[in-house]
Design a protein. Sequence first.
Lengths: 373, 613
Amino acid sequence: MKFIIEKAVLLKTLGHVQNIVEKRNTVPVLSNVRIEADSNGISFKATDMDTEITEVIDAKILENGAITAPAHMMYDIVRKLADGAEVELTYPDEKDLLKIASGRSEFSLPTIGVEDFPAISADTLPTNFEMKRDELKDVIDRTQFAASTEETRYYLNGLYIHPKDEGETKVLRIVATDGHRLACVESPLPQGAENMQGVILPRKTVAEIRKLLDDSAAETVKIALSDSKVRFSLEDITLASKLIDGTYPDYERVIPTDNNKILEVGVKSLATAVDRVSVVAERTRAIKVIANKNHVILTTSSPDLGSSAIEEIEAVYDSESLEIGYNFRYLLDILSEIKGDTARFSFKDSSSPSVIHDTSDSSAIYVLMPMRV
Amino acid sequence: MTIRVLPSNLVNQIAAGEVIERPASALKELVENAIDAGAHKIEVSLTGGGKNMLSVTDDGIGMTADELSLAVERHATSKLPDGDLFQINFLGFRGEALPSIGSVAKLSISSRKKGSAEGYKITVEGGKKGAVEPTAISSGTRIEVRDLFYTTPARLKFLKADSSETAQCVDMLQRIALANPHIAFYLYADGRKKLALNDCNGAVPEARRQRVADVMGTEFKENSVPITAQNEFCDISGFVSLPTYHKANSLSEYLFVNNRPVRDKLILGAIKGAYQDMMMSGRYPVCAIFIHVNPRYVDVNVHPTKAEVRFYDNGSVRSLLVGAIRNALSFGSQHSANTGGLEHLLMRQITAETERMKVIPKIGDLLVHDSAREYPHFQRPISTAPAHHRSMPEVNLPQLEREFSVRVADEPSPQTLEQVGELGLAKAQFHNTYIISQTEDSIIIVDQHAAHERITMEHLKQSITKHERIPAQMLLIPEIVDLSALDKENILEYSKTLAELGLVVEEFGASAILVREIPALLGDTDIQKLIKDLAAEISEWGNAYALTDKIHHICATIACHGSVRAGRALNIEEMNRLLRDMEKTEHSGQCNHGRPTYVKVRLVDIEKLFERR
Ligand SMILES: Nc1ncnc2c1ncn2[C@@H]1O[C@H](COP(=O)(O)OP(=O)(O)OP(=O)(O)O)[C@@H](O)[C@H]1O
Ligand SMILES: [Mg+2]
C-alpha cells in the first residue's frame, strides 16, 4: 500500500476516526485505525465495538493494500506536520512498518494485520430514511442537553426517536429527559420512517454524529435503523452504532396539558437576567421566579454567605401571582434553545411541571420540574 | 430493709424483660419450640406487628394435658434429659420462654399429642395460670399470644410502628428458616402472606442451597461461593459473597451455630478479617455461615436471647473460618506475600488510629454536629495546648530543630508559629501529596488532599446546616426503588428528616418506595443506590448520615473548584497552616470515606525497627 495525500485532508479524516478510538484499550487492535487503498479511494475505519466509523477520501494511490496502525499516534504526527505539506504513507517499508513521510520528516509505526481488525457485520437495516443535515443538527441541539448522564438509568442516556400521528399530520418525535426536565421536538416525518419502532440513540453516538454534521458539507443524511443498530451516512462518512437496549418511559404522561397560567416574556431579557442573578446562587442552583401582573421578579440567595440578588423584568401575565423555584442551569439550558424573541411559560402551580416553548415555533416543547426552595 | 423472695410472677416478668424484647423475640421462642417438637410445617400469623396477636401453629409431637400444665411453669423443660448443661441438643433448654411470655401477655396453648385422640388447652394471662381444658385441635400445637406487654406498658412504648415490627418478625423467621431447610415456613401479617418457604428436599447441603436461594435471592446466589472446612470438633459450611458484592452494614451476615441464629462478635470479627484488604472499608459481605460444633465444646448459655455463644477454643474456630473464606475466594495463596516489618508496624498503627477516630454518630445530630461530644480530641481551641504539651515552652522552629536533630527544611522558616498542636511541626512534603511533620514522640504523615477536603467540607457543613434549608429538585419522572420490608420501613420512619434534607419519599406498595424529590445539589444522581445506602445505614446506625454526607461532599467539591490541594507543592508555612486547621476541625482525622487523613508513627516503633529497643 502506498499513497500520497494532502495533510489537511488526512488530518480531518484522522480527527474523525480517532474520536471513536478509546485512549486505553485492552485489545491492541482497537487502538488502531484500519487503512485500505483500493479503486474506491482510501478508506479509514475505527471502532470501539459499540460504534464504528468509516470515511473514504481521495488520494493519489500508487499501490493498493490494507493495514492497521495506532490511531492517536498517527493523528498526533499528522497534526504536527507543516501546513500544506504532502504526506506519503507506505506499507510495508524496508522495516516492515508503516512509514509516514513528509518533507524531511519520516516516521515508522508498528502495525497489526487487517485480519485482526473486528469486522462489525454489515447487516441490512430495514428502516431507511433521509433528513436534511441542518434539520438533524437542529433536533439534536434542541434535545441533547436534557438527556441523562446517570448510568444506572441507561434507558434515559440518549435520544428517543419515534413516529407520531398528530391528527392528519405525521411527525417524527425526538425526546430526551433526565427525569428533571424533558425536551420534545417534532420534525416532519421523513419518507420511510412511517413504520419504524421507537429507538433510543446513545448519547455518545449522538455527540459523535453532531460533530460530523458540522464538518460535512453534505445536504442530507441517510439514516438506517434496525431494532438494535443505527447507521448514519453523510457522503463519504458512515457512522454505525448499537442502540440502547431498553424501554423508554411513557414520557407523554408527564407533559401537562392543563397548565392554564400563561406567562410570556422576552427570551433574551429573561436569560440575561437569570444569568446575572445566578451568580450569587452558584452553590444552591436555585432561582425563584415570581410571576406578577405584567412583570416577573427573579430572586436568588445564599444565606450562608449572606448574599442575595433580585431583578425585575417586564412580561405579559394575567393570572394570580405565582412563585416558583427552578434550577437556574436547567432554565438557562432551555432558554438557550429558544431561537424566537418570546418564550411562553405555562404553569399549574409551584409544585407541578411547567411547560416552556417558543411563541413563534410550536415544534419544540420543554417541560421543567420546579425546585422546592 | 427486709430481704424477701420475689413472687414468681415478678420473677417471670424480670426474665421476660431479658428474653422477650419485642414481638420478633416472642416469635423466635415459639418457632424454636415448634422446631424442637419435630415440626415439618410451621405457620406464623400476626396482627398489629405482633403486638395485638401472634400465633404459631406446628405439626410437631404435641403435648399431653399434664405436659401442657407443666410447660408454662418456670424452669420446666423436656429438653435437658440428663440435666447436663454441656449436652444441649435442642434449641431450648432453660424452660423459660413460655412462662416469660405468659407473664407479660395473654398466652393460650392448644395441643394434641401425637397418637392421642384428645386435644387440650391452657391459658396464662399476665402470669395467672388457668385450668387445662379439652379442646378440638388436629395433631400438633398452636400457641397464641395476645396483647404482648400489656402488663409492662413501659416496654410497649419502646416498640416501633406496626409495619416495622412486622418486618422484624419476617426477618427473624427468615433467619430461622435458613437453618432449617427441611421445614416449611409461612408467615401471614394482617391476613396478607409475607413469607412462604416450602420445605426443601434432599440431603442437607442440597436443601440448604435451595433455601439460601429462596431466602437471600438470586442476586446473592450469583454473587457468592460455597465455603466448607472441618477439624476434629468443628464443621463449617455455607455461602459467602464475592468481595465485589457488599452492603453498607453487617446485617446481611447470617450466622448460625448449631442451627441457632447468632450475632456473635467473634464470628463477625473473623469474617471481617477474612475480607480484609479485599473489600472497601465500611462495606460488609453478605453471607450465610453454618457452624456445627460438638455441643460439649460450645456454651450457648451466655446471652439472654442466645444471640452469642462461647467456644471452647476461640482461636481454632476463628482460623478455620478465616481459612475457609479465604480459600473459597481463592486468595489463600496471596496470604504469604505479607512482608511484615515497617509495613506491619504501620498497619497496626493505622488500625489503631482509625479505630480510635471512628465516630459512631447518634440519632438527632443529623443536622448539627456537636463537636465537643463527637471528637473531644480536636475540638479544643488551639490556644490551649494539650496537657502533655503544656510543659513545652513557646516553641520556635530552630529550637525544635535542635531538640529533634533533624535537618532544617530549605524553606524560609516561619517568623512566628502559633503554639504547636498535636499534629506537630511540618518538616517536608513528599510527592507533592504527603506532609511529614514531627511531634515530640512521633512522626506524622498527612494526606494533604484528604485533609484539605475534610476541612473545606466541615466548613461548608456548618454554614449550610445553620443557615438554610436544602433545596429539592422535584422529579418529573418519580423513581421507584424496590426494598425489603425492613428497609422500606426504616426509610419511611426517617422520611421527615430526609425531607428536611431535600429527599422526599412516599410508600409505594408492600416493598417499594417512590422518590418524589431529591436534593438539587445531587443533580442527575443514582437514586437507587442512594436509597439503598441510606436504608442500610439507618438499619445499622439509626440515622441517615449517607445523605448528609453526600450533600456535604458535593458542597465541598463545588467550593473547592480547582483549588483542591492535590499534587500541589506547599511551602512550610502552608503546611503548618493546614496542620493547624486540622487541629481546629472536628472529624479531621478521617476523610469522608472513612480513610485516615493522617497516620502517626511513634518514635518507639521506629526505634524498634532499628533494633534500638
Ligand atoms: N410447640 C410445642 N410442641 C411441643 N412441646 C412444646 C412446644 N412448645 C413448648 N413445648 C414444651 O414446653 C416446654 C417449655 O417450653 P419453653 O420454651 O418454655 O422452654 P424450653 O424450650 O424448654 O427452653 P427455653 O426457655 O430455652 O426456650 C418445652 O420444654 C417443651 O417440652
Ligand atoms: Mg423454648
